[in-house]
Structure formats: C-alpha cells, structure tokens
Design a protein around this ligand. Sequence first.
Ligand code: FNR
Length: 439
Amino acid sequence: MIEMLPRSHRFAWLSAKMTLAMPRNVQSHTISLNPTLYCSVSPMSTASRAVPVPNAVNIDDLRELARRRVPRIVFNYIDGGAEGEFTLRENRRIFDDVTLRPRQAVPVPNLNLHTRVLDTDLSMPLLLAPVGYCRVMHPDGEIAAARAAGKAGTAAILSTVSGHSLEEVKAATTGPAWFQLYLTGGRAAAENALHRAQATGYNVLVITIDTTVIGLRERESRDGMEQMLRGNLWSRIPFVPQVLARPRWLVRFLLDGGLPDMPNIVTPDRGVLRVRDAHTAIKRTAFFWDDIAWIRDLWKGPIVIKGVLTAEDARKAIDSGAQGVVVSNHGGRQLDFAPPTLRVLPEIVRAVNRQAEVLLDSGIRRGTDIVKAICLGASAVLCGRAYIYGLAAAGEAGVTRALQILRADLERTLRLLGCSSIADLDRSYVEIPACWQRH
Ligand code: FNR
C-alpha cells in the first residue's frame, strides 16, 4: 500500500505506526491506511545541514559530525571493521611508515591533478568507492554521492547493494559512473543488473572478490544489526533507544519510507530483494574465479577486480581478462589480519607490470595518503569512509566537503613537494622503510 502513496505522504502514515525498521513491502501487507493521518510535508529532505569549515577541517572532523548525527548502529556500520580491527587500524598506521621527499623552492605555477583511468577522465586521482546501504545513512544516499562526485569532476562507483536504482543514480550525476557487482541474488539478478548498467551508461565494471562470506563486524553485532534487520518487535526493543536518540535522522528515515529495498537486485522468481535478505543472499552467491568467463561475455567494457592483496591474485585477474585491479582489504571489514594495502602495493605493481591499471583503497583519509599511493605505483585511489562520513553528516553537502578537503590537501601537498603534476609523482618523492625494499 505504501508504495502507492506519494513519498510526501508516507511520513504521517509511518510515524503513526512507528514500525521504523520494517521494510516497506512488509509494512504494506500488515498495516491499513488511515487517510486522516495524511499531512503535507516536503519530500525526502534534500536540504543538508551545513558542514562549516571550522567544524570540518579534515576527514576526522566529518567522522565526528557523523558520529553525532546518525544512530550508533549506523555509525558503527560505517566505522567498524572485522573482528579485533587489526587491519582497520593498520590501514591508517601504515601511511605513517612512508615519508615524503620534497624538492624545496620549486615554483609550481600550474598544477595538474587530472588523471585518466580506463578511459575515464578524473579531475583528481580519486574515485568514490562502492558502499552499500548509503540510503540508511542519508535518504539521498548514493544519489547525493554521485551528484557530488560529478560536480567535483570525478567518478562514483555504485554498489550493487544500493537503495537507489542504478538508473536514478546515473541520471543524478554529470560525471562518469562505474558499477560494482556482487552476485547477490544469483546469476539471473547479476545479468539483469549488468544489462541495465550497460544500457544506462556505466562504463567500467568492478567485481569485488573478497566477500566469500561476510566479515564478522563485532560492533554491528553488539548494536543489534541482526535483530534490527531480521528480528521481531520484541527482539528489536533493546536496540531502539539508540535510534530515538537521533530524532533528526529518524524523521528523515521515516520520511524516506524506512529500510529501502534493493532495486538493483531483481530476480525472476522473487522480484526486488529486500534489505533484510541481502546478507543471506550474498552468503549464498559469492564470486569465484570461474564466474568471470560468463561475466566477460555479458560486459563489453573494462573490468576491474577489487580485493586483490597478492601478486598471485593480481596475475589471475589479468589472466582472466581484467583491465584493472583494486588493491583493497575492503576497508578492514572482511579478513582481519589481511595486510594493509599500501604495504602490498609495490608487490602488486611489480606483478601487474603495466598490463593493467592498479588502484588502491583502504585507509585513505588525507591528500598525503593519495600522493604516497601514487608514488608507489597506483594510478588512482578509491575512498570509502572519507566521503561516507560526509554523507552521514550532511548528505550531498558533506560529500562535497570531503572532496574539497581531499582536493585542497592534494594541491597543497604537490606544491610543497615541488611537483606540478600527478603524472610526475614517482618513487623518488617517498622514503619507504628499509625492510620494504627487500621484497
Ligand atoms: C564498503 N565497501 C564495499 N565494497 C564493495 O565492493 N561493495 C560494497 O557494497 C561495499 N560496502 C561498504 C560499506 C561500508 C559501510 C564500507 C565502509 C565499505 C568497501 C569499500 O568499497 C572500500 O573498499 C573501503 O571502504 C575502503 O576503505 P576506507 O576508504 O573506508 O578506509
């Protein structure tokens, strides 16, 4: 029933019932409509609260704003890592091992941050990483992220597990867009998504290979993620106060109709996947190397394999026909004690031997991080939490602020290094620990 209502009328209906964590189509079967509850409210909030400069000077400041503005369960979904969070911590710490070697007093009248990766022009060497369930962080979710990326002249990579359809997201951005594939929902769902993504103009396919099972994110378990997504009313009750503690977020969430479905995962027998079923579905349908042949047949453009951490897998990716790899440990959310990506980057760059593009993510929070990755051989980086903190804090304005921070960092760092172009960065601008040289 609620699907038949204009979005602007859903809030009164939903708030009367306060079934905040139920998927829309569950509500539609269980609740009848009371027309007297209708009121005219504006559609999902697009007005983002400000991210004023003194409060958001760096990405950690955006993280703090996000922590204060979304419920604990949502913040920890974004911020948390797997198990003891060793890899999550190492992803940041490893950047401290590499120092910079500036060429002083070199004038840099014209700075060039432009980068081209797989026929995609980027105004800086940075793309937005695929992040699932963004619509729970902010109703504008992936649309806000893609729009901000487009305005900043860079590309957003849309996750399969998005609450907005791939058509809506592509239409929202003036920039290029890549699509990230999970086999959630099985091959039929993947085929449907691939056809739609190609027809809509996504130009690169990213296949994530590090999710044969979902990592154990202990913070999510403690916050009641399982109970909130799949539990009954009684099992949810202990976890409701954290949601009520963020009324602004709650109002936006209810206005948006509660938990979103997954419009990019459509199976012939079950239709659009519900968010509560997504984790179970992904467990059953992880990607294995054998799958790449049929994907290769369906997808005509470049393919990038995301989640590569060894030279062996980098070679496998190239041998299977990929044009790029992302050195990634999923932001420390999957295998704890997987290596920090900057540490394995040189090994992978050597193994790839210029036969494919090498990108890197996991831990990027500053422009100096980006510069270090490029000096060690990456063509560009993906940032995940860096923009997601902004999204959770303030929607599109927050993503824009994150991108401004990283761009300003990059410009300042290059000028201080005495280097006028991203293309000129190389090993000579970094000092790496002696033990890294031996491998
Ligand atoms: C992710 N990541 C991810 N990756 C992917 O291929 N598909 C996905 O749906 C998601 N979802 C997701 C949700 C959240 C909340 C996070 C934080 C991350 C991983 C993401 O693409 C990227 O690899 C990491 O975020 C990079 O690490 P940083 O930049 O967050 O430290």
